[in-house]
Design a protein around this ligand. Structure first.
Ligand code: AMP
Ligand code: GLY
Length: 411
């Protein structure tokens, strides 16, 4: 089978690598570090299965266009992708489906939004309605910062049209959990759970990013928790989508928080999480091509998904990320890191310079991913590989999977 992966980041490198275990893979547009990258557009490529990585082309209807041309596509159409393309639409659907989520309201005008803020207690949570590359969410204890955020979003100054509608919601607390469900329109299978590190700084400090690292499995997410995720979040959402006439074939990614009152949904994404994908699919013992092709065809046979060893991924970022990443620095040690036991280095923001060197080309540059017999071993391997990779100003969070790995060693 020939598979075409659409996208250009570390998630797409991981997809190409894992799908490539059993198929020929091309990636469009890919990047300078992903083998099989091609410059043709998805519409120009002849493949048996298309797997669309990022949210933007899904929201813009790429899956619909490919399906209209008779292609087998893993990824929702523009109708289902509204779950991620509009937080206000998503929240309405959650209420309709009875899915537990934070209390919220949607605004397009400053006065009612500011009045609503006065009824909330810290932490204040303000989100752009539209896509903002994972950076449209502000969580703050400062009412003043929340008020400024409301102004910056509604005026279009911060995120253009994406922020002219915004959602203010109740601040929740508790550990987060990412669960990715592979859906065929009617049924779903869960992939192993993961935990993501969203903030730039150690100890979950500083601004939100696209994700600084991830690990899987998550010790607190045992079979009971996953059963609840399926029964209370995934299935009711798929049913509500169906009631709206939406045939959702792709990943339904539940971003959850385990609050003292129980699990709550923070958001749905309509694609594999980045960097959660890197750990989740690297662990799979079952064939990913088969699973995604079944879902794309609307007939999941729902074999249980078998996972191998624990995995940890650490994002190596450019100096200045997420505000103003510095680019163009030569990356050294990548081949050496990739040859270490259990390690895969996935390339995200990279390009070639005029001399042909691989250089930093974005904020999140590499995802160093390692399997190990325990989380502690996977973590140790990932950081050993991170340490042989060098460029000027390379930044990593040092605490990815630290708590989970320590808990495991004490158990
Ligand atoms: P989202 O893109 O909606 O998942 O938000 C990004 C991050 O902001 C989440 O991973 C959480 O860390 C944080 N967040 C989102 N919503 C809330 C909330 N209601 N309460 C507390 N933190 C939140
Ligand atoms: N890692 C979070 C996301 O993919 O949205």
């Amino acid at each position: 089978m020939k598979v075409c992966v659409v996208g250009s980041g570390g998630r797409e490198h991981a997809l190409a690598d894992v799908l490539g275990r059993s198929s020929d893979v091309v990636v469009t547009p890919g990047n300078a570090g992903i083998p099989g990258s091609v410059s043709e557009t998805p519409e120009e490529i002849d493949a048996d299965l298309f797997v669309i990585g990022p949210e933007a082309p899904l929201v813009e209807g790429l899956a619909d266009r490919l399906r209209a041309a008779g292609r087998l596509v893993f990824g929702p159409g523009a109708d289902g992708a509204r779950l991620e393309g509009s937080k206000a639409w998503m929240k309405d659907l959650l209420v309709e489906a009875g899915v537990p989520t934070a209390r919220h309201a949607t605004f397009t005008e400053a006065d009612p939004a500011q009045r609503f803020l006065t009824t909330m207690a810290p932490p204040y949570v303000v989100k752009t309605d539209g896509l903002a590359a994972g950076k449209g969410v502000v969580v703050t204890d400062s009412e003043e910062e929340a008020r400024h955020t409301v102004e910056d979003y509604l005026s279009g100054a911060a995120f253009g049209d994406a922020g002219r509608t915004l959602v203010i919601e109740e601040g929740l607390t508790g550990p987060e959990l990412s669960v990715l469900a592979v859906c065929d329109g009617t049924q779903a299978v869960l992939l192993p759970p993961a935990q993501d590190y969203k903030r730039i700084g150690e100890g979950d400090t500083g601004p939100n990013t696209g994700g600084m690292g991830a690990y899987s499995p998550v010790p607190f997410a045992g079979p009971d928790v996953l059963g609840a995720v399926m029964g209370e979040f995934i299935e009711p959402t798929l049913a509500a989508l169906r009631r709206r006439g939406i045939d959702y074939r792709g990943v339904l990614y539940a971003g959850l928080m385990a609050t003292p009152e129980g699990l709550r949904l923070l958001e749905f994404n309509v694609r594999f999480g980045d960097p959660e994908c890197q750990v989740v699919i690297t662990r799979l013992a079952s064939d990913l091509v088969d699973l995604l092709a079944q879902a794309a065809a609307g007939r999941l046979t729902a074999d249980p998904v078998v996972a191998l060893e624990p995995a940890v991924t650490v994002v190596c970022a450019s100096a200045g990320y997420p505000t103003s990443p510095r680019t163009g620095d030569v990356i050294a040690g990548l081949a050496e890191a990739g040859a270490m036991p259990g390690v895969k280095v996935y390339c995200a923001g990279v390009r070639r310079d005029e001399e042909g060197n691989l250089v930093t080309g974005g904020g999140r540059v590499l995802n160093v991913t390692a399997l190990g017999s325990t989380l502690a071993e996977a973590r140790r391997r990932a950081y050993e590989a991170v340490d042989v990779i060098e460029w000027k100003g390379k930044y990593v969070r040092r605490d990815v999977a630290a708590v989970a790995a320590t808990g495991e060693e004490q158990a």
